[in-house]
Design a protein around this ligand. Structure first.
Ligand code: UD1
Length: 423
């Protein structure tokens, strides 16, 4: 497993382009099985999670080919209805094959995904919704077996605007008989992107981006050529990197509207941000201000996927900040790692809240990436620290960032991958 070595203290300057969106790519890759033919996905990020989804598709009988960042998928011969336990354990997003394969074959067997490092992450909303669509479900030894002779559209009321459950219901409903209405649907850009893709492929969907989505089932989908949006979390991560290094950077290919909540917070703590249609310039030239009452929320609120990166930034702010994690119950694993670098943070467990007392400097240390965004956040902390930081188990960062060292070094950072046994 690789590590990343960061020598802190460089000011970031220059221009960098943002890769395609991971969280848009994964459900769309699952959705390709709803069509028996060819899908072309442009601007697809070359990251571990995408490679994993492709592997599942290949196990099901698809053929995949890359041309640069264009992914060409041929799902004509998908015949299997089983997603292996290993696949689901390795990556939770494999659960999106539940709706997609059910839509295609009226039958699917898929392992129950366990919890993960950021929380328990149940799938009861997915299963309860799908059950309502005339699908029989049987759980046996951790495997969920679903089958039906006919998927029937119906009204689905989600208890919570779950991104995954909304996507799974959409995938199940696209080729169903009749109309499915989702109340309290997730409004995340990645749900909108899935709808855009499916509509391009011939689906009938209204209400994307609102909490009421209506899907009228169609008989079949057709081949599509689709370009994925840039990744809002990668954009936010690199903005956080500039914030801690007193830098001046232009980010290109930025989904500006999708990152308004991130721009708002970074602006409030003292960064100067100017936006264009699809680019932004961020400058940070003085000690940052603290921020009280930062809460993660469903979109358009502040994203849970940016919480760890903001914690790194606020560790160096001039005063006391608080972050409440409202989406996942255990997403503060970075606290102990940041403390090794000299951060002062207290977690109030009962409220899932971190109180951060900003320090004047962080010191380089050997720390461990517990999850994808937490790992990226430690790289950010390393950039803002004095001395050398080693982020161990950095492979989890490659799940979502094509090449975080390449991108950050292109704007003046001093980072490199190294193998664990060098340490
Ligand atoms: C979540 C984030 C998404 C992020 C992704 C990866 C939200 C609303 N969702 O999506 O932005 O990109 O993680 O970090 O911010 N839940 C249940 N039962 C279910 C489904 C969900 O109790 O069947 C709970 C979850 O435990 C969680 C909340 O609902 O507390 C939101 O989960 P959900 O949006 O489904 O998670 P993801 O789809 O993984």
């Amino acid at each position: 497993m690789s590590s990343i070595k960061i020598t802190g203290g460089s000011e970031l300057k220059g221009e960098v382009r943002i890769q395609g969106s991971k969280n848009a790519a994964l459900p769309i890759i699952a959705a390709t099985v709803l069509n028996q033919g060819i899908t072309i996905l442009r601007n697809c990020p070359k990251i571990l999670d995408v490679f994993h989804m492709i592997k599942v598709l290949e196990e099901l009988g698809s053929v995949a080919k890359w041309e640069g960042n264009t992914l060409i998928l041929d799902t004509t011969s998908v015949s299997s209805t089983k997603v292996s336990e290993d696949s689901v354990q390795k990556m939770r997003s494999s659960i999106l094959f539940l709706g997609a394969l059910l839509g295609r074959n009226r039958e699917v067997s898929i392992a129950y995904p366990g919890g993960c490092s950021i929380g328990k992450r149940p799938i009861d909303y997915h299963l309860n919704s799908i059950k309502r669509m005339n699908v029989n479900l049987l759980e046996d030894n951790g495997i969920i077996h679903c089958h039906t002779d006919k998927i029937l559209g119906t009204d689905i009321f989600l208890q919570y605007p779950s991104v995954g459950a909304t996507q799974n219901v959409i995938l199940t409903a696209v080729l169903a008989e009749g109309v499915t209405r989702i109340y309290n649907a997730a409004r995340e850009p990645e749900v909108v992107e899935l709808c855009n893709f499916l509509v391009e492929a011939g689906a009938r969907i209204c209400g994307k981006g609102t909490s009421f989505i209506e899907i009228e089932g169609v008989k079949s989908l057709h081949d599509t050529d689709f370009k994925l949006s840039p990744d809002r979390i990668v954009a936010g991560t690199y903005m956080a990197a500039v914030a801690v290094t007193k830098g001046d950077v232009v980010l290109h290919d930025v989904p500006i509207q999708q990152i308004e909540s991130i721009i708002r917070i970074l602006d409030k703590i003292g960064c100067s941000i100017r936006t264009g249609d699809d680019y932004l310039r961020i400058r940070s030239y003085k000690r940052l201000l603290p921020y009280e009452n930062l809460r993660t929320r469903p979109y358009p609120g502040f994203p849970t996927d940016m919480q760890s990166q903001l914690m790194s930034v606020l560790s160096l702010a001039d005063g006391k900040s608080t972050i409440e994690e409202k989406i996942f119950e255990s997403r503060f694993q970075n606290v102990d790692e940041l403390k090794k670098m000299g951060a002062k943070i207290v977690v109030e467990e009962s409220e899932n809240k971190a109180v951060i007392f900003g320090v004047e400097r962080l010191e380089g240390a050997v720390v461990k990436a517990h999850d994808l965004r937490g790992g990226a956040a430690l790289v950010i902390a390393g950039l803002g620290a004095v001395g050398t930081t080693i982020v161990k188990e950095a492979t989890s960062i490659e799940r979502g960032y094509e090449d975080i060292c390449r991108d950050l070094n292109s704007i003046g950072a001093n980072t490199r991958y190294c193998s664990e046994n060098i340490l």
